[in-house]
Design a protein around this ligand. Structure first.
Ligand code: MTE
Length: 321
């Protein structure tokens, strides 16, 4: 198991506790040379487009699922909606206005790989295929901050069943859109887009794994990863991939975006564990957005009862990175 650093997470500046830190210097250098501006071109087009009016708005608010409640207040929408990680729109937290460039219709989700019959689903058909529900979830970022959100959506297990994977499928590999015309940062020299994430089929079948289509009683705002994102509340937030266009069932463990970028700091499993530090900061506590509170981080982000059995018999040293 990785060394346990006792330095409290709040003792470090937030700027230090950001995964992009290793790249900032190079990026700043480029900006200084006038090259970074290329990646920002187009960021002025901030207005939501009329053609993006959401055709599924009638489905919200979705029925609350009483099994998923919280021991903390929900983070106010205006806080959550203005503090996001969405590298397709920049590596700072204030990407909300830039993310309005995202065009969410037309949108399709391709399901393929090791399945009985590959399919491409129009997003509105997909969203209407499964009954939607609202769940209150914790979200714990690997950067040691947390929030709580009323997500709406459907269990990922429903989509897996719909896809009818073959027995040989071991993992789901998911991909975000790739279209620099609506996400100029995707032209960046240093990031290899599209964003990719993965889970095991067993993880996908766990009831906690949730396909998110809405939040705060409305269709998903663009900065949250509209029109379809994942929520895996027992894992660090980077596993919860946004704006999904492709789901492939595969035999090999997928290499995720952060792993590709920084393999010494990010791994496939990324299960929340307060005892295992990130190489550059402690994971023992978390800053709860908006409240000013620092609270102890819980094993599996408080969801151990539901997910610990998924990892029985596995090498614990490997599960938390
Ligand atoms: N998905 C994509 N496509 N691009 C991203 O940059 N960031 C991840 C995850 N999913 C990210 C992504 C990280 S690091 C976190 S913490 C969460 O999204 C943030 O979700 P939020 O902005 O809704 O809080």
């Amino acid at each position: 198991m990785a060394a346990i650093h006792r330095r409290p997470s709040w003792a470090i500046a937030e700027s230090l506790a950001t995964p992009e830190q290793a790249f900032l210097n190079r990026r700043n250098l480029l900006r200084g040379m006038g090259l970074g501006g290329l990646a920002l071109a187009g960021a002025g087009a901030l207005r939501a487009r009329a053609e993006d009016a959401d055709p599924t708005a009638d489905l919200y608010p979705a029925k609350p699922n009483g099994a998923y409640t919280l021991d903390r207040p929900v983070t106010p929408e205006e806080v959550n909606a203005n503090y996001n990680n969405f590298y397709e729109y920049g590596s700072q937290k204030t990407i909300a206005s830039s993310a309005q460039q995202l065009r969410t219709r037309p949108w399709t989700v391709e399901i393929g790989g090791l399945v009985e019959k590959p399919m491409t689903l129009a997003i509105d058909d997909l969203i209407r295929t499964f009954p939607l529900e609202t769940r209150l979830y914790r979200h714990r970022c690997v950067e040691a901050w947390s929030m709580t959100i009323p997500w709406a959506g459907f269990p990922l297990s429903k989509l897996v069943e719909h896809a009818r994977p073959l027995g040989s499928a071991k993992y789901l590999r998911m991909e975000t859109f790739y279209d620099p015309s609506m996400a100029p940062e995707q032209n960046s020299f240093f990031y290899n887009f599209p964003y990719v994430e993965g889970v095991t089929v067993a993880e996908a079948m766990n009831d906690l794994a949730f396909m998110v289509t809405g939040a705060y009683d409305k269709p998903l705002a663009k900065q949250f990863g509209a029109p379809l994102r994942l929520a895996l509340p027992w894992k660090y937030g980077f596993k919860s991939i946004k704006s999904i266009v492709k789901i492939e069932f595969v035999e090999e463990q997928p290499l995720n975006w952060w792993q590709q970028l920084q393999p010494s700091e990010y791994g496939f499993w990324a299960n929340v564990n307060p005892e295992v530090s990130h190489p550059r900061w402690s994971q023992a506590n978390e800053r709860v957005l908006h409240t000013g509170d620092y609270v102890p981080t819980l094993l599996f982000n408080g969801y151990a009862e539901q997910v610990a059995s998924l990892y029985a018999g596995m090498d614990p040293a490997k599960l938390y990175m």
